[in-house]
Design a protein around this ligand. Sequence first.
Ligand SMILES: *[C@@H]1O[C@H](CO)[C@@H](O)[C@H](O)[C@H]1NC(C)=O
Ligand SMILES: *[C@@H]1O[C@H](CO)[C@@H](O)[C@H](O)[C@H]1NC(C)=O
Ligand SMILES: *[C@@H]1O[C@H](CO)[C@@H](O)[C@H](O)[C@H]1NC(C)=O
Length: 657
Amino acid sequence: MKLYVILGFLILVELVSSLGLLGGDATSREGQPLMGGYSEQNLDLLTSEKKNYYINAANKAIEMMNDVTNGKPLIFQKLVSVRTQVIAGVNYDITMKVLIDDKSQICHVLVTNMLNNAIPGGTWSVVAQSSNDPCAPYTSAPEQVHIMKRSAHLLGGEGQASSEDMGVQKAARWALEHINSMSNSLFRQVLVRVSNVKKQVVNGYRYRFQLTTAPTDCLNEPENKDKGLEECPVSNTGKIQDCSVSLIYSLEVYKMETFSCKPSSKKPILGGDDHDYKPHGLLGGYDHGKSFNGLLGKDLQDFLPHGQPYFMPRQADQNNPLSSNTEDRITQMRIGGGDDHDYLPHDSGKCTEYREEFIAFKAKHNKVYGSYREEAKRFMVFCENMDKVKEYQRLDQGSAIYGATKFADMTETEFEKQYLGLKVPIGHSSAWPAAEIPQVSFPVSWDWREHKIVTPVKNQGSCGSCWAFSTTGNVEGQWALVNKKLYSLSEQELVDCDKIDEGCNGGLPTQAYEAIMKLGGLETEQDYKYEGHDEKCQFNKSEVVVTLSGAVNISKNETEMAAWLYKNGPISIGINAFAMQFYLGGIAHPWKIFCNPKSLDHGVLIVGYGVEKGEPFWMIKNSWGSDWGREGYYYVYRGDGTCGLNEMCTSAQVKKK
Ligand SMILES: *[C@@H]1O[C@H](CO)[C@@H](O)[C@H](O)[C@H]1NC(C)=O
Ligand SMILES: *[C@@H]1O[C@H](CO)[C@@H](O)[C@H](O)[C@H]1NC(C)=O
Ligand SMILES: *[C@@H]1O[C@H](CO)[C@@H](O)[C@H](O)[C@H]1NC(C)=O
């Protein structure tokens, strides 16, 4: 129990410290959070990470209210204000804009996240602050706080349970696979029996039991997953083990709380009749099996060769693997339907709905994972991502389509590390003069790709070198416009030789222009090939094809950006890459609250603009290959500074040769 308390506490501490509430004054000497008053959160000053805590709380509230409504689901639109209070958990006093029956309404609710030792993340409740609040019909009266259906409070203490309980059997089966997957043993363990079962109703069930497992001759490999004794004979070497397991089954998902295995103290007695540790009346008799098999004196009735250790084989009756008086026995268990060839975790709860999609995704993108463990992990990531995709889809104001791109099996953190890399330093080193905005009338749409000054979409690979691609893309366009020759230029030169920037760890186009001038120019892609990792600088000045004379800082006004672009060529920009990991097409238009215009993390290139079904957009060249987005391009709403695309617009300048 102690562990859960500590875990629960750690979760709270983590939450509270990320809320910024745990200061010297807010904790007692023991480090316990103290009761305190509300503190107002200034949404404009928060980092997006902190803001996400409140958005998460608001979304929890919406989710709970949607559990109650019979009509159209309520849709979260915007946080208006948030106050927080540390209790044994956190109270969020939230004012938010909510779409109720297609009407935008302001709701004022109290969302409570109570620390609950039994439930990771605690329990949530929501209550409207007044009875005439538009959200009031979907929350309960203040005195009878609505506890989220899915995270009900602890209902009862721990009780005994039978190993025949179907829930126990499924849990044991899941635990066995989990233990095998965590084991570095070469050989697979199979289940011999389940004992000391305790069951507790929590948010779902907590099961605690002891598993006795036996080593087999099957390798502990994915292809042997779910195999039992008849396919995996018990090995004569290896150790029988006893594993103490505590797990939670909630929302159709199993979560291991703790488990520990040690060699079993019970020694199998060869030749003995005590394989199930129950006294049998008659040696050699058939009293422990249920059916008379006609062979008196033979020990076949339980399908177990005696004279062997005590492992129980699969029972004859598959529908009732544990017949009534075999409480101590458990068969090795397989998952019915033979659906076990894809190595995906079964019983994976809500993820089950994404299995087909994951299989299609793997086929489409030729994904091969090195091990079962890796594949299972990637499936879980995929599943979480697909949930996010639904959310992004729901929240986009434009026509964007989000889905399983080739990056759909990466966590956001992995993705950030490998594919983003715009580093905005605190004290910006390069400053460039403001660009002159041409006083021209420009057409309704313009696409520089049609004018032979844009190279095909490139692929940065797993290197945070987007800034280098944004830079070369711009320089390629400038050179082609001024000197009528389109070169594909070298990003690797920048990754290796630009010492102002940080190679695969990120950089800035504004600094790269400066570095190119210092170096003496850019080589071609062909002469200085892209490797996608940091290497020693191999710059060769005699191979330089393009030199720069300076750079300019372009307006943040999107009308002026379009005028400049039409007259002068593609613009290097920084953008917040929110949801780009899952962009498939359409015109992206995320809300500002999710896509902070001040958090630029990706360098790309605007090559044109237009209007599609009434929506004005920018066409943006990305560097994630042409099999991402719209043939490698990202179309983003034009006109309201979406995702900060107008915050860092620059271009190199070149002289006529
Ligand atoms: C460009 O101009 C803006 C102000 O309009 C300024 O904040 C920014 O630092 C400038 N950037 C460069 C690289 O000169
Ligand atoms: C630099 O490039 C030139 C022209 O391709 C070549 O002749 C020379 O060997 C190169 N130098 C080095 C050090 O690679
Ligand atoms: C943007 O620039 C255009 C053209 O110079 C101007 O008419 C417009 O008022 C500017 N918009 C803002 C918000 O400054």
